[in-house]
Design a protein around this ligand. Structure first.
Ligand code: DON
Length: 307
């Protein structure tokens, strides 16, 4: 049997040759400048052994991958009350779409589209001051990864604060329905900082370990969420983690995964591995082009699809 390090090395070499790399996100000023040649992969096995290749140690903007951690934190804060304000269905629409909110009373379809993540920030604001909410979020992710070196890139957050007009529209629209209860600039301040978390593939895969391990961080043996909640978060990653590309991702990769416009994807093989890939070029749905291809090849060679 071929060992995992050989597999990730081969995949990184294949990705270095790829010519169709997608396009970097241009609507966030700092992301527009990232070199699309990057590719990184890190796999952490259930036994804690890690396998990495390419730019696995280069930090990138995790963007919407952060929504996995904010969902976990928000469920920890308010439990199932979250589902009164956010749905659990795939949207089939772009991550920043506003259209469904009109006919669905300002209730976002799921926690992973921008509108859903913004509602979660509003919920956290009911418990914490804005700075405290951001600090708690950072502390939470650092604890999950076991790495206090993880930081927020304030320049990325500032850039989005100046240009994130769609998110301002989403928040205001939901406020009109009563589903945003705090000042929009404060809610979005949390959201933009959460998205601007800078992590590398190794750190991201480490932060995802609790999801491969039934809700318990295997390094600390501490429970982060119950096994049932871990299963539910994974189910949402499978059905909604890639927005209107979620069906295609399930078809090609067959793992619960969450993407971000920084080009990162966190994918979980329950009971087996936590995987992070990064390549900044995106496909037409805003998901990493080579990140998806790399996961597809990893799953083909390991048989790790959940199906
Ligand atoms: O709000 C935004 O548009 C970005 N901060 C995050 C979007 C994102 O990562 C969507 N992912 N594919």
């Amino acid at each position: 049997m071929v060992d995992l390090q050989t597999i990730v090395d081969e995949i990184a070499a294949e990705m270095a040759q790829a010519t169709e790399r997608g396009a970097v996100a241009s609507y966030i000023p700092d992301l527009a400048r990232i070199d699309p040649a990057h590719f990184g992969i890190a796999v952490i096995g259930h036994d804690g052994v890690s396998y990495a290749a390419g730019d696995a140690d280069t930090a990138f903007s995790i963007q919407s991958v952060s929504k996995v951690f904010s969902l976990t934190m928000t469920l920890g804060a308010v439990g199932d009350a979250l589902w009164r304000r956010v749905g659990r269905e795939p949207s089939g629409s772009a991550f920043n779409s506003i259209v469904q909110l009109e006919t669905e009373q300002g209730i976002p379809r799921n926690p992973f589209i921008n509108a859903g993540a913004i509602v979660m920030c509003d919920i956290l604001l009911g418990r914490y001051e804005p700075r405290e909410a951001i600090a708690q979020f950072l502390r939470f992710v650092r604890a999950l990864a076991g790495d206090d070196g993880i930081v927020i890139d304030h320049k990325v957050a500032g850039g989005e604060q100046e240009t994130g007009f769609r998110n301002v529209a989403l928040a205001n629209y939901m406020r009109a329905f009563g589903n945003i209860q705090h000042a929009v600039d404060k809610v979005l301040g949390i959201y933009f900082h959460q998205c601007a978390l800078a992590m590398n593939c190794r750190q991201l895969a480490l932060a995802g370990r609790f999801l491969m391990n039934g809700g318990r961080n295997p390094a600390t043996c501490r429970s982060v969420v119950s096994p049932q909640r871990a299963r539910r978060i994974l189910s949402l990653m499978m059905t909604c983690g890639h927005y209107d590309g979620s069906g295609e991702f399930a078809f090609r990769v067959g793992l619960p995964g969450k993407s971000g416009v920084g080009g990162g994807i966190l994918a979980i093989v329950p009971g087996i591995a936590s995987i992070a890939v990064w390549s900044p070029g995106l496909n037409e749905r805003g998901n990493s082009q080579l990140g998806t291809l790399a996961l597809e090849r990893l799953v083909q060679r390991t048989g790790w699809s959940v199906f």
